[in-house]
Design a protein around this ligand. Structure first.
Ligand SMILES: [Fe+2]
Length: 246
């Protein structure tokens, strides 16, 4: 698996708060067949990009050195989970915080209700900067739950979407599980990621979570959403249409 959404780096956000927890998450990743992780700490203020990048890159380099020394089959690359607010219009160097320096920018909306049009305006701003919004966990936003057509509109504009494994497993309730399922099945979302924060409660035990996915989420679809589609992102290529039957 390739996990493109994970708060694995220590002391950068509400994710791992020590290097020990980071390493525990890495061990969990290896056990669960995860081979590449994009480290995506929250970035809530794009004006702080320079400091954010300095710390993030230093920690990724330290972590990859450790993984290599321990002969763990896991690599970590850069990313960020960018909170979309009005500051996004002031940002000039969003391309520096994309996933693996591709055109794909992982971004999140507010978990509080907001006007659905704002979702489109923020995505438009990212597209105008020549980047592709990769929207984190659309199933979790009350605005998207209330106006599900907004997800399709964003998709039509050129955005991509990633659902969380724990949403699909029903950890956030049946309504969110159903929404995550329908987004994947109708092709609005192409990716599944862990959004892991710590080794205990919000971890990356994707194999256990998969057992609780709805049966319509087939093995082929999981393979597509956790291995094939993410490879296109890492290579900065366009995600092709999903093959028939998946
Ligand atoms: Fe996240």
């Amino acid at each position: 698996m390739i996990d493109l959404h994970c708060h694995i780096l220590w002391d950068m956000d509400d994710g791992a708060d020590s290097m020990e927890k980071t390493i525990a998450l890495c061990r969990g990743a290896v056990k669960n067949g995860i081979r590449i992780i994009a480290a995506t700490p929250h970035l809530t203020d794009v004006e702080l990009i320079d400091d954010f990048l300095y710390t993030r890159n230093q920690r990724i380099s330290e972590l990859n050195t450790y993984l290599k020394a321990e002969k763990m089959p896991l690599k970590v690359c850069g990313g960020a989970e960018v909170y979309l607010n009005n500051h996004i219009f002031e940002a000039e160097n969003l391309n520096e915080i994309t996933i693996n320096r591709s055109k794909y920018l992982l971004c999140e909306y507010s978990l509080q209700p907001f006007e659905p049009e704002r979702a489109l305006v923020f995505a438009e701003e990212i597209l105008e900067q020549g980047l592709i919004p990769l929207i984190a966990h659309p199933e979790r936003y009350p605005t998207f739950q209330r106006y599900p057509a907004i997800a399709q509109e964003l998709r039509d504009m050129g955005a991509h979407m990633q659902v969380n494994a724990d949403s699909l497993a029903g950890y956030l309730g049946e309504e969110i599980q159903e929404f995550a399922k329908s987004l994947l099945l109708d092709g609005t979302a192409e990716l599944i990621a862990t959004d892991a924060h710590d080794p205990q409660y919000r971890n990356n035990a994707i194999l256990r979570l998969q057992e609780q996915f709805p049966p319509e989420i087939t093995k082929d679809l999981i393979y597509w959403a956790t291995w094939i589609a993410p490879q296109y992102i890492l290579r900065n290529a366009e995600i092709p249409a999903r093959p028939n039957g998946i």
